[in-house]
Design a protein around this ligand. Sequence first.
Ligand SMILES: [Mg+2]
Length: 170
Amino acid sequence: MLKRHIPTFHAQNVYEIDLNKLVDLHIKYVFCDLDNTLDSYRQKTPSPRAVELVKKLKELGIELIVVSNNTGPRVEKYASKLGVTYFSRIGKPFPRKLNKIILEKGYSKDEIIIIGDQVVTDISFANKAGIKNILCEKLVKEDQPTTHFNRLFDRPLRRSLRKKNLLKEF
Ligand SMILES: [Mg+2]
């Protein structure tokens, strides 16, 4: 396990996060993974709870932005139905594209939290960029086929994080 694999926080899933804690941390933007974090990869349009989450965040002055490695059409369709900004093919775990976007948009890294379900992509990505993050458990059992390979690394890493008491509950 490397330092970049250690999440800032851990949560069961994005829907069980105490949103007021995000306010306490002065978060303005939640950069959220899509597949198996917000919804199953089979879910083409946002579930009611995803819609509700965006609404609740908005009420707290927080914007949810979908940040995905998945292709444009998948992310675009989902995010536009959800009424949120999105960045597809973001290149996780490499933060180059993300850093460019942050610079262009004038976001401050302190105001961002990255939420995702994979240590090797989402958490590495966030840590490399120097952004706070929350590791979630898989929302549904089934992953898309392209994720199966990553899980070979994700599972033992997660076990080790747990064993070493490195999962700090959000
Ligand atoms: Mg995911």
